[in-house]
Design a binder for this molecule. Structure first.
Ligand code: FES
Length: 85
């Protein structure tokens, strides 16, 4: 039935070929760590850039630092596929 789950905050996150569930109100970093997916991180607030990633598909609300997207400062808007470094 269309639109499917339009009001749901749930999204699917594919990170380095691992598929996890995410939430539009949680950062990518929080969703990954909560489900046991290791993502490099240190500060959790956008300073260290250890959690940088590349967006392969989908839409996100993100803060970029020096041209890099940071998982600790990014919220998924749609289902997404990313590559973590
Ligand atoms: S954990 Fe430091 S910038 Fe994301």
């Amino acid at each position: 039935m269309w639109p499917f789950n339009k009001k749901s905050n749930n999204v699917i996150i594919k990170i380095n070929d691992i598929v996890i569930s995410g939430n539009k109100k949680k950062t990518l970093l929080a969703s990954c760590l909560a489900q046991g997916v290791e993502v490099k991180n240190n500060c959790g607030v956008g300073n260290c850039q250890k959690c940088s990633f590349a967006l392969i598909s989908g839409e996100v609300d993100t803060k970029q630092s020096q041209g890099r997207m940071l998982a600790c400062c990014t919220f998924p808007i749609t289902d997404i596929e990313i590559m973590s470094f």
